[in-house]
Ligand binder design. Structure first.
Ligand SMILES: Cc1cc2nc3c(=O)[nH]c(=O)nc-3n(C[C@H](O)[C@H](O)[C@H](O)COP(=O)(O)OP(=O)(O)OC[C@H]3O[C@@H](n4cnc5c(N)ncnc54)[C@H](O)[C@@H]3O)c2cc1C
Length: 392
């Protein structure tokens, strides 16, 4: 099939509607709630409601749950247009871009009816509960248990680096349900009320000031109807979801605001009486950032195009994940050099260039090659699943 990443007339009309809405309604303050994992405040929720009320959310979701039943391209358009403005995300994006798709694929009818309409309307958020102190890259090594007690599962154990848990409504929890089976065949997925009795959440603050969490379960009772799909299939569901999740989460469009910011800065800032933009080295660095963003955007478009054209993806979204996350680190490293020693000043200092945004992004960028799977593990996926090289 020939590649054609262009939009149809209908898709382009949707893009224009979204763009006009965002130009009017989206502010930097609303966008930063998501960069910094703060959870939506009053303005953020009002923005999410307006997005829904304006009829712009959910076009790619089934009609029976409030969507329009169209292809994933509409959600990709929405995500890209948000990203181009203040590097914004869909409100409550873990639910909308990750968890919701697995519920749709694997949840039973009652679970879909209970959760999908609220996800499509952007009303509820989930925290991802996968990583544990001894299970990150090696997720199969998790120790958390969910023991069948007839009417409910009794859950005990600890998760770590669970980012949205302090404000999310639900925990998307992976736990061992068969202690004797091989780890790949003994893990199940659950939806747990994040405020259920027996759950304790402790903050872990990263060097960029973002909050992630340790989440402890002490005899937490999880009703049977909160098991996602079949028991002991959780590991398979997590792996099944990975490819598509990368297409929604690792979005090069979110870097265009940085490029625009740097172009503007180089034009407006003078050094030794001349605009920075007149220095060929400055132009080279900014041009390099543009080259890399454009190249990753094409990679991402290719992987997403495969998804919306129902092509089998083996490693294409994983290639995007590795390249986008490493590109972000090179971009921000180049940006820091352009801002000179002032690059180290944080927001709040009157000398901080670009309101300290580059300094913050530099500190934040270390997590991009770790979160959602490290670059090393990503390259292993590309080598084995994509290129057929042996695992051992
Ligand atoms: C800020 C932040 C937010 C996060 N948010 C969440 C969240 O919301 N929910 C959640 O469940 N998790 C979350 N994570 C956890 C993240 O997914 C894990 O940190 C990641 O998968 C790596 O696991 P680990 O930290 O246990 O490192 P390890 O797996 O111990 O890896 C340590 C190092 O060894 C390398 N390594 C490990 N195995 C291999 C291998 N087989 N081959 C080659 N190299 C290997 C890794 O690449 C890495 O460099 C978050 C992490 C961070 C930093």
């Amino acid at each position: 099939m020939a590649w054609d990443f262009g939009y149809t007339k209908e898709e382009e009309a949707y893009r224009q509607k979204v763009a006009a809405f965002l130009d009017k309604e989206l502010t930097e303050e609303i966008a930063r709630q998501n960069w910094e994992d703060l959870g939506l405040d009053k303005e953020g929720r009002a923005f999410g409601n307006k997005l829904w009320e304006s009829g712009l959310l959910g076009w790619s979701w089934p009609v029976e749950y409030g969507g329009k039943g169209l292809s994933p391209v509409y959600d990709f358009i929405l995500i890209d247009e948000l990203g181009k403005r203040w590097s914004a995300h869909v409100p409550n994006d873990v639910a909308y871009t990750m968890v919701g798709h697995t519920i749709l694929r694997r949840g039973n009818d009652a679970m879909k009816k209970e959760f999908i309409p609220r996800i499509v309307r952007g009303e509820i958020e989930f925290g991802l509960g996968y990583t544990e102190p001894e299970a990150g890259s090696d997720l199969a090594n998790m120790k958390m248990t969910a023991i069948d007690q007839g009417d409910y599962y009794l859950v005990n154990g600890q998760k770590t680096f669970n980012t949205e848990s302090h404000y999310s409504d639900y925990h998307w929890l992976a736990a061992k349900t068969d202690l004797k089976a091989s780890p790949y065949k003994g893990i199940s997925l659950f939806i747990v009320d994040q405020r259920a009795p027996g759950i304790t959440i402790r903050p872990m603050i990263t060097m960029s000031g973002e909050r992630t969490n340790e989440v402890f379960y002490d005899d937490v009772k999880v009703p049977k109807n909160r098991l996602v799909g079949e028991v002991n299939k959780g590991f398979y569901y997590m792996m099944e979801a990975l490819m598509s999740e990368r297409n929604y989460v690792f979005t090069p469009s979110r870097y265009y605001p940085y490029l625009n910011m740097l172009v503007d800065y180089a034009k407006k800032t003078t050094y030794l009486g001349k605009p920075l933009a007149e220095d060929p080295m400055v132009r080279q660095k900014i041009a390099q950032i543009a080259v890399e963003i454009e190249a990753t955007q094409l990679l991402s478009d290719h992987a997403r195009w495969m998804e919306w054209n129902h092509q089998t993806m083996t490693c294409e979204p994983e290639i995007t994940k590795v390249v986008v996350s490493e590109m972000e680190q090179r971009m921000v490293d180049n940006a820091m050099q352009l801002l000179d020693q002032y690059c180290q000043l944080e927001e709040g200092s009157k000398y901080a260039p670009l309101k300290g945004r580059i300094e913050w992004e530099f500190l934040h960028s270390f997590m991009t090659t770790i979160g959602a799977g490290t670059s090393e593990v990503g390259r292993t996926v590309i080598a084995t699943r994509g290129l057929g090289l042996p695992r051992g």
